[in-house]
Ligand binder design. Structure first.
Ligand code: DGY
Length: 342
């Protein structure tokens, strides 16, 4: 594969200026191991502090490793709470997260400290929408059960009634949060013959709506969601948005899809509804308290579970890394960050 950084050997040394005096290269901390092309570009342009073992670091360890850094490239899962942000060296000007989600960062603390925070929108839209469709198909067509049967060598052969799932054509997909990813999921689901309903704070213009039916109130939409897919950010307000009360508003046997963040659903209520068959199935790529998800999900036959793979393609992860570096480049050069969140 060709990358912008191909052929460039990572070099953490200080470059010389034209008059022979040493010029300090800005220092960038990469909190996790990143794709090779991204680390190569970071090392080409900066003195990069890498994490070759990919050990997960807590906020205090990130702050310690950032000693001497001008920028930190962090990732989803790095807990950058108020204490960690306060502990970052004063020289750190920008926290560029390798994610579109920013729920792992205390944005108020960053704002108060005058730290620029950036994210990586757009570049992971298609990959995440693809995974949402994989979850819809996997949950509706009982892919986990079939796969387990093959692996356990318990398949006794084709039968007319074996693992019958739900046909997607003609079913209603309800999307809560019709941003870039929600719209990309809608486009894909139309190809399977699904009717699209959505709820979004702002109604989309007709060219983006493409016939999707808008519901100003997400509560009112729940009754028509044969499949419900969540695409809104995790905040204090959206924590456990899908709770027992809202599940009861869905049609019996609805399918739940979550590629947003685990904390937007109440696991206890979802697991109970899956056990009772009130929800027919769930396709989940994200979980509260990852990676220590509620163990109740594992024992259920009607769950199709993935380990937060939404953006996990080589092309997308490279693009996310380059986008994060574009933001660092801008801030360290005194330009406005293209994807500034704070
Ligand atoms: C994001 O970008 O927020 C994803 O969840 C990580 O791929």
């Amino acid at each position: 594969m060709t990358s912008p950084a191909e052929g460039i050997t990572p070099d953490a040394s200080n470059a010389g200026s034209n008059d022979g005096s040493a010029v300090r290269r800005p220092v960038v901390l990469l909190t996790r191991r990143l794709p090779e092309a991204v680390e190569a570009r970071a090392s080409r342009d900066y003195t990069a502090i890498l994490n070759p073992s990919d050990a997960a670091l807590d906020g205090a360890a990130i702050a310690r490793r950032a000693a001497g850094a001008d920028a930190v490239l962090c990732c989803a899962g790095d807990r950058l709470d108020a204490a960690a942000i306060a502990a970052l060296p004063a020289a750190v000007k920008v926290l560029a997260t390798f994610s579109v989600g920013t729920d792992h960062i205390d944005l108020d603390a960053a704002r108060a400290r005058g730290l620029t925070v950036t994210n990586t929108p757009d570049v992971l839209t298609d990959a995440t929408a693809d995974i949402a469709l994989l979850l819809i198909l996997g949950a509706a067509r009982r892919a986990s059960e079939g796969e387990r049967m093959i692996r356990a060598d318990s398949w006794t052969g084709w039968t007319p009634t074996q693992l019958m799932g739900t046909h997607l054509g003609g079913k209603r997909l309800g999307i809560v949060g019709m941003g870039r990813i929600g719209q990309a999921v809608a486009r894909r689901a139309r190809a399977f013959g699904m009717t699209i309903h959505y709820s979004n704070r702002k109604r989309l213009p007709p060219e983006l709506e493409e016939g999707a039916i808008h519901h100003a109130d997400p509560e009112a939409m729940l009754a028509v969601c044969d499949v419900l897919s969540l695409h809104f950010p995790a905040t204090a307000e959206t924590r456990h948005w899908l709770n027992a009360e809202r599940i009861e508003k869905l049609p019996p046997g609805a399918i739940l899809i979550n590629t947003a963040r685990g904390s937007v659903v109440d696991d206890t209520a979802v697991i109970d509804a899956l056990r009772r068959g009130r929800l027919a199935a769930a396709g989940l790529d994200v979980f509260e308290n990852e990676p220590k998800l509620n163990p109740g999900y594992r024992g259920l036959a009607n769950t199709f579970l993935l380990p937060h793979l939404g953006s996990a393609t080589v092309e997308t992860r490279n693009a996310m890394g380059f986008r994060a570096l574009d933001n660092i480049d801008a801030v360290l050069a005194g330009r406005p960050a293209p994807d500034r969140v704070v």
